[in-house]
Ligand binder design. Structure first.
Ligand code: ZN
Length: 96
C-alpha cells in the first residue's frame, strides 16, 4: 500500500482515499474543431508509458474531493511528490 499526501489537506493518507485520474499536464487544444482526426485521437487516447518518474493526476475522493498532481516512480510505485493544480513541482517543470 502506498501513502499519498493530499497537497490541499496536507495529510499523508492510504491510497484507498484517492483515485488515479490519468496522466497530468495534457493540454486541451484551443480549437478542437480545427484539429485533424489523428491529433484529436492523440489528445484523447495516446499517453506516455513511462518507466520511472511519471506525472499523474489524482483526486482525493474520500476527503476534500479536489484534483492534484503527483510524480510517481512507476518502478517502485512510490509517490515522490504531490502538488496543487497549476503549480510547478519542486522537482522540475510541469511539462509532460
Ligand atoms: Zn484533500
Amino acid at each position: 500500500m502506498i501513502q499519498v499526501r493530499c497537497p490541499y489537506c496536507d495529510a499523508l493518507l492510504p491510497e484507498q482515499e484517492f483515485a488515479y485520474a490519468g496522466q497530468a499536464h495534457i493540454a486541451r487544444p484551443e480549437d478542437p474543431s480545427a484539429e485533424t482526426d489523428e491529433a484529436w485521437r492523440d489528445y484523447l487516447y495516446i499517453r506516455s508509458n513511462t518507466r520511472g518518474l511519471h506525472k499523474e493526476r489524482w483526486r482525493h475522493v474520500h476527503g476534500c474531493g479536489r484534483f492534484f498532481n503527483a510524480i510517481r516512480d512507476t518502478v517502485s510505485d512510490r509517490i515522490q511528490e504531490t502538488y496543487r493544480m497549476f503549480e510547478t513541482p519542486a522537482g522540475g517543470s510541469a511539462d509532460e
